[in-house]
Design a protein around this ligand. Structure first.
Ligand SMILES: C[S@@+](CC[C@H](N)C(=O)[O-])C[C@H]1O[C@@H](n2cnc3c(N)ncnc32)[C@H](O)[C@@H]1O
Length: 278
């Protein structure tokens, strides 16, 4: 197991362990096989998670704001971007334009042009609908996705709070492998540990899972593919949210040198950060 990733327990703060507090995307599932649901985007009908700014996006912005050289003059794309705060910050910090903001929810993607205009970033932001499942399927079927944005390999990929369902692990990994430059590419990923509500097969009643299984599945796949993973820092999540929060630097197997050079992340002081539904 990668250093710093041995504990996937996560944990709910004292009394907020219900799944209806609006503070986390929740899985209620007794199916933990990563391959079992990979053929569909059947979560498309879920509520619009991308219209919140999640604490993971704030953690990633906190890291990028302290290390702007990582995105300066770099081709950059955000995956599962939602509101895309990290991508917008990267654009402000002079990532190579246009910074690509992607999500599979078209309604989310439709916001990018007006948000770019509001932030004087019209020529610096480009929205693109990307579904990791489509990219994963196109790899196995060898069907080319006819989109020039998806035929490039980016120097920086950003991903905040995207591993909350085990079924995402394989499609997301395939997407990263497709889009991340094999030697120079840096994936900056923030992850807030959570535990899902699962059905106990023996007792037949729901319970809080003892591990952060979606993220475990993702880490296992990264290990299998020989990827380089470095925990840049860990912090408690904001008050009232499960945690811990981690920011990681991830590269393909040939990317060890750039990942090694990434500065560490000091834990974030959440005081002054504002979260909530936009
Ligand atoms: C918890 S939200 C995080 C949003 C944003 N990154 C943030 O931290 O504020 C997860 C995001 O992943 C997106 N997502 C889920 N499944 C996806 C898929 N198969 N392909 C692309 N995006 C996906 C959702 O639409 C949502 O915007």
């Amino acid at each position: 197991m990668f250093d710093g990733l041995k504990d996937f327990g996560g944990g709910w703060p004292s009394s907020s362990s219900s799944d209806d507090d609006g503070k986390h995307p929740t899985t209620t599932s007794n199916n933990h096989h990563p391959d079992s649901q990979r053929h569909t985007s059947d979560n498309e009908d879920e509520d619009m998670l991308g219209l919140d700014v999640w604490p993971g996006a704030l953690a990633l912005c906190n890291y990028i704001s302290k290390t702007p050289q990582i995105v300066y003059n770099k081709t950059t794309l955000e995956l599962g971007a939602g509101i895309a705060l990290p991508a917008f910050l990267a654009a402000k910090l002079h990532a190579t334009p246009p910074v690509i903001c992607s999500d599979y929810q078209q309604a989310v993607v439709d916001f990018y042009p007006s948000n770019a205009a509001l932030n004087d970033l019209e020529n610096h932001i480009q929205g693109q609908r990307i579904d990791w499942v489509d990219i994963s399927n196109s790899k196995t079927n060898k069907n080319n996705i006819n989109n020039s944005l998806l035929q490039q390999q980016y120097q920086v990929l950003l991903a905040a709070d995207v591993m909350y369902e085990e079924k995402f692990a394989l499609p997301l990994l395939d997407t990263i492998e497709t889009l991340l430059h094999p030697t120079q590419g840096i994936l900056l990923l923030s992850h807030q540990s959570r535990r899902a509500i699962v059905m106990d097969p023996e007792l037949g009643i729901p319970r809080i899972d003892d591990q952060d299984r979606p993220f475990m599945a993702f880490v296992r796949l990264m290990e299998e593919r020989g990827m380089v993973v470095r925990v840049l820092g860990e912090s408690p999540a904001p008050p009232g949210f499960p945690g811990p929060m981690r920011v990681m630097g991830i590269g393909m197997s040939g990317g060890g040198e750039v990942i090694e050079k990434l500065p560490a992340w000091d834990s974030v002081d959440w005081e002054g950060f504002v979260t909530g539904v936009i």
